[in-house]
Design a protein around this ligand. Structure first.
Ligand code: PXL
Length: 291
């Protein structure tokens, strides 16, 4: 008898930023802890993420094509393709082609359209990048923009405070681009400065979910990568969308709480290494609601 390990494999297409806990430095430990086999396809190598005023940047567009060729020869099967920060607009097309080639029935395609935050695009992100990301979003099963990215993808001016109606409009607009499930993160709760929320809707399910949690007044880069990694791991282990949302929100909150009490430079991100073991635990509390 040959018992198979029943491993699930994820192609993780993100940059590698050496210092601080963004992109692959969050994706690999989280998905590995959640029991998945991660295959990184690096898009760029940076000394540190691009919210610092200065960083080195090696664009790996050409190398990606060489890696993909070898992966095709190896006939690798992926249970999920998960992309995040891309190093050039051309890479959006490369990832799009990657999805077309490696997608099989049941493959989960997650696109985190990493473009900006707090109402502004990141320093290396051009309008061409936004346009190409829009096309890549079309092939996603799950799209996870923050509020800034949601407005950019729809070419609408950023608005920090949104009513439920505006949020539903944003989700519908993004769903029209193609993805089945749209999750918008970092959504302020009107009139409640002590709260933040995520909103999600799946076209097939036709319900809109909201999870709120306490807002702590600090900005930690990489929380978007952490959030979408937990969502990806959670959906791959068979959780429903609202449970995946709860799990990801709880984990981010635990990470921020583990970090906030120290006087560390918030640009280094949350102390991920302190909270990773929590991913192995059953979900502690559930607070999703329908809106
Ligand atoms: O966390 C998103 C992210 C990923 N990769 C790079 C970034 C950022 C956000 O600043 O700069 C290089």
């Amino acid at each position: 008898m040959h018992i198979q390990p029943n491993l699930r494999r994820v192609a993780a297409i993100h940059d590698l930023s050496g210092f601080s806990r963004t992109s692959l430095m969050a994706v690999i430990p989280i998905l590995t802890t959640m029991g998945l086999n991660v295959c990184p396809l690096p898009t760029a190598i940076l000394s540190n993420h691009s919210q610092y005023p200065d960083f080195s940047f090696l664009d790996l567009t050409d190398e990606m094509l060489r890696i993909i060729e070898k992966w095709k020869k190896l006939d690798i099967r992926f249970d999920a393709v998960y992309s995040g920060y891309l190093g050039s607009p051309r890479q959006c097309e490369i990832v799009h082609d990657f999805v077309q080639y490696f997608r099989k029935p049941g493959t989960l395609v997650v696109v985190d359209p990493v473009l900006g935050d707090n109402g502004a695009l990141y320093s290396k992100i051009t309008l061409e990048m936004v346009q190409q990301m829009r096309k890549l979003a079309a092939c996603a099963d799950v799209l996870t923009p923050n509020l800034t990215e949601a407005f950019s993808l729809l070419d609408r001016p950023y608005q920090a405070e949104c009513s439920h109606e505006t949020l539903k409009e944003l989700i519908s607009g993004l769903a029209e681009l193609g993805p089945d499930t749209v999750i918008i993160t970092g959504v302020p709760v009107p009139g409640q400065p002590g709260l933040t929320s995520v909103i999600a809707r799946s076209r097939t399910d036709r319900r809109t979910w909201m999870v709120t949690c306490p807002y702590l007044p600090a900005h930690y880069p990489g929380t978007g990568d952490t959030f979408t990694s937990v969502i990806t791991g959670s959906l791959l282990q068979g959780d429903s969308l609202p449970i995946a949302l709860d799990r990801a929100v709880q984990f981010i909150l635990q990470g921020i709480r583990a970090t906030f009490g120290y006087q560390v430079d918030s640009r280094e991100g949350i102390l991920l290494e302190r909270v990773l073991p929590l991913l192995k635990m059953p979900i502690q509390s559930s607070s999703y609601e329908l809106i």
